[in-house]
Design a protein around this ligand. Structure first.
Ligand SMILES: Nc1ncnc2c1ncn2[C@@H]1O[C@H](COP(=O)(O)OP(=O)(O)OP(=O)(O)O)[C@@H](O)[C@H]1O
Ligand SMILES: [Mg+2]
Length: 554
């Protein structure tokens, strides 16, 4: 058995009881340290003796000499020591602020596979006390078995010699897991077992994770963790919309469902055709037709996180790129009301005009720049195009990018061309098929005598699914299905009458405008003919004059 494990076992025997330490997620370093000190006292005289010898050694020999001795001791030990040790640190040297992915995966793997074997456990209570996740406590050891091979896992931490007053991550305790196995199993452990642990850890994470809804922080906001600015803030995503509750034509719905499922299973296909694994959806239609509900349904179907990107809060294209890099895989990046977010449509045309004007008026140019800065965002159309399918968009994978708009015709064609927005989905006013889904969801009805009237009215007038849903929802305990349907019929008739009156009014305004235009045109014609007449008169007078003059001169 490895020497370090002998030490752990010795200490564990001094701890006969199973100890679970309940840790709140934001446990302070001070309490951790106290707990650690308590553990250490139990090592007893053996450790004290080792420390004493080590201290004498440190005093008697200079540093350089000590390093040389340790080098040779390690060499000698490695000849006789029949084990291999691999250490996985929580933070890697090049990234002090992000936990190592391997460490996190191992933690999950061990907490699921070995927590029932470890004697001392650490309990993390996840948000809202919904569940408790157990993992090995520090200085604990468990064994695992893989293809008949025994593997030892120990968890530990190294503590800095001096606690700095203003410490950063590098000076705090560094936790790590250490794997120990026999030397002859080195190949199978490094090549097969470790991959198995990482894959299992990832799968457990997907199964147990709570999905999140992110929003980007304003560029100037002071949202820092350590030396790193947090680009996104999040809450737990709990939207109840699903494809079952989404009302739309069943054929169209099936097409979208198939498209999404196909995408989520096409990792190898995307690799084969040389495309990054992402897909763009453009959802367009009038307000209240279910665009946002569809995004929530997509996220619930595929179990993805949502990144709701507010473009007006993004300072410039560089920040946009940073936001993209900070998103995770298995996510939907959403830009709602893309036509209102920025003036992305006219930018190309405007630029040409601007350059002409700028040359003329430098004062105006300075003022315009000041205005631009006050507005906040300097994201350009080309920045957004690069965000969607530039080189950087290939970082991460399995991502959907969804744009929503009420006015598809306002968008620059480059923004929504296939390849960027691969699938265009129109969500429109309520038809009878849409109504059938809504009435099933809201009133548990599949048929009723009043359906015929409603079907006719829905053909004759336009009403959004949001309005239909509002009418179908009972507002008091006295209301029943029939009264709700009658309420909807009344609403549809009102909408129809309003639409008729509006059409009449529009026609009247149009007729008036046309009449005014005609009068204006006639007036212009009269003026033109008058002007022509007076021109002819003057010409005649001039010609007459010439003759007279000619006569005179003659
Ligand atoms: N197709 C639909 N199926 C089910 N419910 C719908 C549908 N369309 C709208 N609703 C209902 O109407 C409400 C508003 O819908 P939603 O926010 O999805 O509309 P939207 O198209 O995103 O509107 P906007 O363009 O104003 O953002 C939702 O809460 C939902 O209850
Ligand atoms: Mg919406």
């Amino acid at each position: 058995m490895p020497f370090n494990l002998v030490l752990y076992k010795l200490r564990r025997d001094l701890y006969p009881r199973l100890i679970i330490t309940i840790l709140p997620t934001d446990l302070s370093a001070v309490s951790k340290k106290k707990e650690m000190m308590g553990d250490m006292t139990n090592l007893g005289s053996l450790m004290a003796a080792v420390m004493f010898v080590w201290a004498i050694f440190g005093q008697l020999f200079p540093q350089k000499f000590q390093t040389d001795i340790m080098k040779y001791v390690n060499k000698v030990v490695s000849y006789v020591y029949p084990y291999v040790e691999i250490t996985f640190h929580e933070y890697q040297a090049d990234s002090w602020f992000e936990r190592s992915k391997a460490f996190v995966s191992i933690e999950r793997y061990l907490s699921t596979n070995s927590s029932n074997r470890a004697k001392r456990l650490k309990a993390n209570v996840v948000k809202d006390c919904e569940s408790v996740v157990l993992s090995m406590d520090d200085y604990e050891e468990v064994t695992d078995e893989f293809q008949g091979i025994k593997i030892w896992w120990t968890s530990s931490k190294s503590i800095p010699k001096q606690q700095a007053l203003f410490s950063y991550r590098g000076e705090e305790e560094k936790r790590y897991y250490r794997l120990t196995c026999k030397r002859e199993h080195r190949d199978i452990i490094t090549k097969v077992y470790l991959q198995h642990v990482l894959d299992e850890g990832k799968a457990i994470a997907v199964k147990t994770r709570q999905r999140k809804l992110y929003t980007n922080n304003k560029s100037e906001s002071e949202n820092w963790s350590g030396y790193r600015r947090n680009m996104w803030s999040h809450i737990i995503f709990e939207h109840p919309s699903t494809f079952d509750t989404l009302a739309m034509d069943p054929k169209k719905k099936k097409e979208i469902l198939d498209d999404l499922m196909m995408f989520s299973k096409s990792k190898d296909y995307y690799k084969k055709v040389g495309k990054s694994w992402k897909r763009g959806y453009l959802l367009y239609g009038p307000p209240g037709t279910g665009k946002s509900s569809m995004i929530a349904a997509m996220a619930n179907l595929l179990e993805y996180d949502i990144y709701d990107l507010e473009l007006t809060s993004v300072k410039d294209n560089t920040d946009l790129r940073k936001l993209l890099i900070d998103t995770s895989s298995k996510s939907i990046i959403v830009i709602e009301d893309i036509d209102c977010s920025l003036d992305l449509t006219g930018q190309r045309k405007e630029k040409k005009e601007e350059t002409k004007e700028e040359e003329k008026d430098p004062v105006r140019k300075a003022e315009e720049e000041k205005d631009k800065k006050n507005k906040g965002s300097e994201v350009t159309l080309s920045g957004l195009l690069n965000f969607i399918d530039g080189l950087w968009s290939a970082c991460g994978s399995e991502r959907l990018i969804v744009f929503t708009t009420n006015f598809v015709e306002k968008l620059d064609p480059a923004l929504i061309r296939r390849g960027r927005m691969d699938k265009h989905i129109e969500l429109s006013y309520c038809c009878f098929e849409t109504f059938k889904v809504l009435v099933k969801n809201y009133l548990d009805l599949e048929s009723h005598d009043l359906f015929l009237t409603i079907s006719r009215l829905l053909e004759e007038t336009k009403m959004t699914p949001a309005d239909v849903a509002e009418n179908l929802m009972p507002k008091s305990f006295e209301e029943n299905a029939e009264s709700c349907l009658n309420k909807l019929i009344q609403s549809l008739e009102n909408a129809k009458e309003e639409a008729r009156l509006k059409a009449v009014e529009d026609a009247r305004i149009k007729a008036e405008e046309e009449a005014a235009k005609k009068i204006e045109e006639n007036g212009e014609k009269v003026q033109e003919t008058d002007a022509k007449k007076s021109d002819q008169d003057t010409e005649m007078v001039q010609v007459g004059d010439g003759k007279e003059n000619g006569v005179l001169t003659e």
